[in-house]
Design a protein around this ligand. Structure first.
Ligand code: 475
Length: 839
């Protein structure tokens, strides 16, 4: 239906001189123009979606002049450029963020109001580009925002998945995956570049030949070729005119290949090949750990890496006669091992396409790449069967073998009496199935390796890459993750933004250390009141959203205790559940001593093939059903699961939290970034000494953090000594009663078997030590509950959390990458100083 009332807008504005003025008048005029000339609709029949599209095009016009000026500036200056290579970008909705970064939120709201439109209604129309699974993809999006804000010449390269992360529906308490359709109504932010295409080849074989100088060379005779086409999205900086490029690749069938097949008369074969080629960028793999041996996944990785490197080579050759100096023009960051085939691809380009000798090619390659590790979980370390690799990328396998042969020769010289070490460090894992170890390839082929939180970087050095650290200690760095305060404070928490701006001035959003100006007001009663009102309003907004999404009614007065993140056993959503069931049990027994009313909020997606994670979602719903229905309990406890946790929902959830659950087994969560978003928004953390929790606790003050649980060293010791979870079950009465309740059928309509896989796993193996940590967790929860009953004390801690988490801005993280790894300098862009290229 149409959303418009009656009033047709008037043409004729005060600043017609500029097509892209920022006043409400200019914006209105441009909006009406876009509705007609781009969206091809007229006022009286415009739907809410039309309004969104017209608004987006209006904003995009204002981005494009900055973008073009930026490209011009970087090009003229011949600037050193960061290339961020990532298979995932979890961008979230663009319109609101772009309004903020352009500094025109008020102007846009005013313009919309003049037209009788609610800006929020327009913002709500935007489907989000969910081109990522979780933390790693969202980190890439935060880093793009900070790179532009810090005026760093940078390009994000990735994959334009037609279907991003699935939509999560809940049916009878179970997760059901639904297809993500973010592109179906059109994407106004991207600019297709049909002429910017690169060929990408697969399969076939290699053959030796002698070139015109009599040198031995190798030629790859592929079986299949296709094209990668660029789709460009501009990325605005905040508070400057820099606008960087996110370039995502879309796969299409190669024309020459098509023609060949057509000429052979195999029409259907040709069409099929086209379909096969286009499958490569169809869908994001919805796992937050690698799918073993999935051919299409390796194709995706090589496809986007090859396009990106060819694009970088093209740019380089505009300034230079050959690939010498490539590593001086570009620093290429590998976001985990997903793009690590880039090491072999750049070698191939240098050797086979540009006639370079091995030593020189290797020197350039090693000085181009840097690698970020995001996980220590052994099952998440990528390896590819040699057989599959050789079938898809025969030339790359040869190159990897050659890299390995030379590397192992070096190792044998260095460690002549230690063949086991040499075997451990090989790029090839020997065994019944030989496999390529992508983390080793990335480490050997890079000039820097970093972890994503202090404790994680230490563990990288002492565990998964220990031998490499002993060989090259200076290669290893820590860069603790960060998150953008623009999206995760300014956009998602306008009331908090107002409070900070009143005290610190508007500069805090570019310099998050300014959040410290809140600190002296932590005990001020009037300030505390304003803070509580802010939190209260955010909780009411979330309560409304929960009611809309699930029908559940929750009380904004209660303690909002929230755990949102991918569902994984190591993240221990089921530890949270054990505590909830314990509280329930106490109320039913009349032994309850913690009268703090609580609302437990969960959210997160499970990988479609991860049975235990899906069972945890079912258990959350089952516990919720029993608790929320029981009048004896539901005045004190409520449990809700917010379906389809994504960036849009996240923006509503973080500001509403009182307590943030960061309860992974110590040593398992590389960093976490949700922990930072919660804390910045004034939530207190209950957490283990894992990932960035350690640094958050040090930053906010130990007295403002609810710590519990085994340390990494204690986890190791417990496992080494032969951990027997059964003994915790036997000796801890309440824990036993809680687990017995789960096994009783109480939460499963009498079926005692439904949750058996979970309880059996806990009692028999408990690889993530829930039972060992249970007593300490419950005790820390009691401290949190007590503390919440003192509003002044709690508010003080909440303020101090927000005040002291400026360190966790992604601007700080990007500054560290620039200085310590990339050696790249800011290149500010000025729109005012420009001339000519913008009409
Ligand atoms: C860590 N995703 C967080 C975050 O550094 C950390 C893996 C394989 C395939 C697809 N996606 C993945 C991850 O590994 C991932 O998201 N890792 C996360 O990276 C940013 O804060 O602790 O688990």
């Amino acid at each position: 239906g149409t959303a418009r009332k009656e009033r047709a807008p008037m043409h004729g504005s005060s600043d017609e001189r500029t097509r892209t003025g920022m006043s409400p008048e200019s914006l209105k005029r441009a909006f009406v123009d876009s509705m007609f000339y781009v969206q091809a609709r007229y006022w009286e029949v415009a739907t809410p979606h039309d309004l969104y599209m017209a608004a987006a095009y209006t904003v995009r016009d204002r981005m494009l002049e900055r973008w073009i000026r930026t490209a011009e500036t970087y090009r003229k200056a011949d600037a050193r450029t960061v290339c961020y290579l990532s298979a995932e970008y979890l961008l979230g909705p663009q319109l609101g963020n772009n309004l903020i970064n352009l500094g025109i939120v008020d102007s846009a709201r005013q313009g919309a109001r003049d037209l009788g439109i609610d800006l929020q209604e327009i913002l709500d129309q935007e489907p989000e580009p969910g081109l990522g699974n979780g933390g790693l993809g969202r980190l890439a999006a935060c880093y793009l925002d900070s790179l532009a804000t810090l005026s760093i010449p940078a390009i994000g390269y990735g994959i334009r998945y037609e279907h991003g992360i699935f939509d999560q529906k809940i049916v009878d308490g179970w997760q059901v995956e639904d297809c993500d359709l973010w592109l179906t109504n059109g994407n106004p932010w991207e600019i297709p570049r049909p002429l910017l295409r690169y060929p990408v080849r697969f399969g076939g074989h290699t053959e030796p030949y002698t070139d015109e100088h009599g040198r031995f060379r190798v030629r790859w005779v592929p079986e299949l070729d296709l094209y990668g086409m660029a789709y460009d999205t501009p990325v605005l900086g905040f508070g400057n005119d820099n606008t960087n490029l996110l370039r995502l690749w879309h796969a299409t069938a190669g024309r020459s290949f098509d023609l060949q097949a057509f000429h052979k008369g195999d029409y259907y074969g040709a069409v099929n090949a086209k379909v096969g080629a286009e499958n490569i960028t169809k869908v994001l793999y919805p796992n937050d750990e690698p799918e073993v041996g999935k051919e299409l996944r390796l194709k995706q990785q090589y496809f986007f890496v090859s396009c990106s490197l060819q694009d970088m080579v093209r740019v380089h050759l505009q300034h230079a006669p050959n690939l010498e100096g490539f590593h001086e023009r570009f620093a290429a960051q590998l976001n985990d091992t997903h793009p690590s085939i880039a090491v072999a691809e750049l070698m191939r380009l240098c050797l086979d396409e540009h006639g370079m000798d091995w030593e020189r090619a290797w020197e350039i390659t090693r000085r181009t790449f840097a690698y970020t590790n995001h996980t220590l979980l052994p099952e998440a370390l990528e390896t590819w069967p040699v057989e599959l690799f050789g079938r898809l990328l025969p030339r790359h396998l040869e190159i990897i073998y050659e890299i390995n042969a030379r590397f192992l020769d070096e190792l044998r010289m260095r460690y002549p009496f230690d063949p086991e070490r040499v075997a451990r460090m090989s790029l090839i894992e020997e065994g019944p199935v030989r496999r390529v170890r992508m983390a080793h390839l990335a480490t050997v082929g890079s000039f820097a390796v970093n972890g994503v939180a202090a404790i994680h970087s230490e563990l990288v050095k002492s565990t998964v890459l220990r031998d490499f650290h002993e060989l090259w200690p200076e290669k290893f760095h820590n860069i603790t993750n960060g998150v953008t305060p623009r999206r995760f404070i300014q956009l998602s928490n306008p009331d908090l933004c107002g409070i900070i701006t009143d005290l610190a001035g508007p500069g805090w959003a570019r310099d998050a250390e300014n959040l410290r100006t809140l600190e002296p007001h932590a005990d001020d009663a009037a300030f505390q009141q304003r803070w509580q009102a802010m939190k209260r309003a955010a909780k009411e907004r979330l309560a409304a959203r929960i009611r809309e999404a699930t029908g559940a009614v929750v009380d904004p007065q209660s303690l909002f205790d929230i755990q949102v993140k991918r569902i994984h056993e190591y993240k221990r959503q089921h530890l949270n559940l054990l505590h909830i069931v314990a509280l329930y049990h106490r109320i039913k027994q009349g032994t309850d001593s913690d009268p703090t009313p609580r609302t437990f909020v969960f959210g997160g997606k499970a990988a479609p093939g991860y049975f235990m994670a899906k069972l945890i979602i079912k258990l959350i719903h089952s516990v919720a059903e029993v608790i929320n229905r029981d009048p004896e309990v539901n005045q004190r406890l409520r449990v809700v699961f917010v379906p389809n946790f994504n960036v849009k929902n996240a923006e509503c959830i973080y500001p509403a939290a009182d307590l943030s659950e960061q309860i992974s087994t110590a040593g398992k969560e590389a960093s976490g970034t949700g922990n930072m978003k919660f804390s910045m928004n004034g939530a207190l953390t209950i957490g283990t000494l894992d990932g960035a929790n350690v640094e958050i606790r040090d930053a906010v003050g130990h007295e403002n953090f609810f710590l519990f649980g085994l340390t990494v060293a204690e986890v190791e010791r417990t496992l080494a000594e032969g951990y027997r979870p059964w003994e915790y079950y036997r000796s801890h009465d309440e824990l036993r009663e809680v687990i017995d309740l789960l096994r009783s059928g109480l939460f499963s309509h009498g079926d005692p078997d439904l949750f058996r896989p979970l309880t059996d796993s806990l009692l028999q193996h408990d690889p993530y030590l829930l039972l060992a940590d249970y007593p300490a967790y419950v005790e820390a929860q009691a401290r949190a509950g007590d503390a919440f009953r003192d509003p002044a004390g709690w508010t003080r801690m909440s303020i101090l959390n927000a005040a002291r988490t400026g360190f966790f801005s992604s601007d700080r993280a990007i500054r560290e990458y620039c200085r310590n790894i990339w050696q790249v300098e800011p290149m500010p862009v000025s729109l005012a100083a420009g001339n000519g290229s913008v009409p």
